[in-house]
Design a protein around this ligand. Structure first.
Ligand SMILES: CC(C)(COP(=O)(O)OP(=O)(O)OC[C@H]1O[C@@H](n2cnc3c(N)ncnc32)[C@H](O)[C@@H]1OP(=O)(O)O)[C@@H](O)C(=O)NCCC(=O)NCCS
Length: 119
């Protein structure tokens, strides 16, 4: 599941990214493939300039995922969100359209999703 939330236009052109995998299908590249598609829509169709993801520092899977997509760590937001009754620190990761690379492309410029969807 991938959500693009709170899209702000005007001089900001930014949105927040939310995502999670259903456990039986985790670790198979589906979330990564979904995020690639959503980022493509965010930057190409919605013409956003920036997409942000806020992640708890101990969520290594999620951090590895956004890092692999080219996101940069901008900093730490102390006690950013209340989750499970406690205010939790979050790392702020962001990707600008200038930094974004569209999905892996084959020799003819064809998008290669096959590895994610067939394995
Ligand atoms: C984080 C989460 C969304 C990853 O989903 P997923 O479907 O397992 O991710 P993918 O299979 O698409 O993996 C993409 C990348 O994520 C990272 N990753 C995924 N599983 C990982 C694991 N077990 N250990 C380390 N990195 C991992 C890797 O960088 C991987 O790239 P690679 O295949 O080149 O190694 C999933 O673990 C989840 O739903 N977690 C709970 C909810 C959550 O934390 N949401 C994000 C809140 S900020």
């Amino acid at each position: 599941m991938v959500n693009l939330n709170e899209i702000v236009r005007g001089s900001f052109q930014s949105a927040y990214l939310g995502y999670y995998a259903f456990e039986p299908w985790a670790g198979r590249g589906f979330t990564r493939a979904g995020l690639d598609l959503v980022l493509r829509r965010a930057f190409r169709e919605l013409k956003l300039h920036r997409v942000e993801a806020n992640i708890q520092p101990d969520n290594t899977r999620s951090i590895a995922l956004v890092r692999g997509l080219g996101f940069r760590r901008e900093g730490l937001s102390p006690r950013y969100l209340k989750i499970g009754g406690r205010w939790r620190d979050h790392e702020r990761w962001a990707l600008l359209c200038e930094e974004w690379r569209s999905p892996r492309r084959g020799p003819q410029g064809v998008v290669e999703w096959k590895d994610a969807w067939t394995e």
